[in-house]
Design a binder for this molecule. Sequence first.
Ligand code: AMP
Ligand code: MG
Length: 419
Amino acid sequence: MTSILQAVSCLDDYDPNALRVDKAVEAIRACLSPITATERIEIRQSLGRVLAEDVVPAINVPAHDNSAMDGYAVRFSDLQPGETILEEAGSAFAGRVFEGRVGPGQCVRVMTGAVMPPGTDTVVIQEVARRNGDRVLIPPGQKKAQNVRYAGEDLKAGSAVLRSGKQIGPADLGLIASLGVGEVAVKRRLRVAFFATGDELASIGAPLREGEVYDSNRYTLHGMLARLGVEITDLGVVRDDPALLEKAFHKAASAADVVITTGGVSVGEADFTRELMAKLGEVLFWKIAMRPGRPMAFGRIDDAFLFGLPGNPVAVMVTFYQFVRDALLYLSGRTDDYSIPLLKANAAEPLRKVPGRTEYQRGVLFREDGEWKVRTTGQQGSGVLRSMSEANCFIVLEHERGKVDAGGQVSVQLFEGLA
Ligand code: AMP
Ligand code: MG
């Protein structure tokens, strides 16, 4: 295993006390290696999982040249510049082939999906052909090879159609099935354990005493992790007590590939978490040039990677989406593009911002007068979880950027579709 310190020290512009968001992402990436264990599972079970092998068709799909339309299969060389009269020699349906050969001057009635009768190369749609007994009248203007689907047009035997590292979607399930394959190799699921730290945290069911807040971070974490399709171990709330925290860290690290904690990472708090993390493993403490979510810890305890997220509920979500999500998908073995798309919209109101940090304001993207606009959800405190709940996007204000005037263009990251 590479040392965390070694891995990040090769990065240029790496300053743990004023780390840019993109640098932090890069630093984390430099330390990770994707899981390699795989399992074979039934294709229906593989939805959302990560392919662990290239899928290479053993057959062509479709397996035979076939008709794309209902109509008549003809020999193009028979067709005259004007009308042509052909003799109907028989019929072919999807799943029932025409036996025999089609000679000059003949045609075959075909249905969509029917194998092209030997000798024919073109399909004339039934809407334009006229039939009289076993005579079929073909109008002029037909094109050679029209309305024919060729063998291997969808998938070609021998050439990879899905790459290892792709997340399997509904179309992929069908595509694998179309090859007659019932099982597929996928990466094993990533295991993630988490707990919330803080003496002030009350759990649901207990009365709220003076100075306490109900723990909400474990619930947002649960939601975000569940959408990513990882295996989740929730280790509950742990008091700011060194012995209890130490036990929790080891337990989490032995159960999981990744450990996530919330709270106790800012400097100068009466929290033991920071001290303890530093003692238990190789852990870096960062001040990230972002808002919300400035303090964050990253490192390794035992064999697990550690993300020590801030305690503030909004900061938890922002740091999760900007750092943890990317890391978890990378560790899961994904090689397709899973970056969160940045879309453009116009600010519906002036936005406050100072250069020198990346801000993730909570926004509502809406359409007005045919234009996509975005406004904030109001109060932007990092403890105001309502700002996330009411938002449908982050307004991403880049590092160098200053205030934005109303009407100015900004980037947004949509929550919809964000796994
Ligand atoms: P900390 O980073 O531990 O100083 O926490 C920062 C703020 O977030 C404090 O106001 C905490 O009460 C609050 N907080 C920490 N953990 C949680 C949690 N699990 N649920 C809700 N609020 C929390
Ligand atoms: Mg705390």
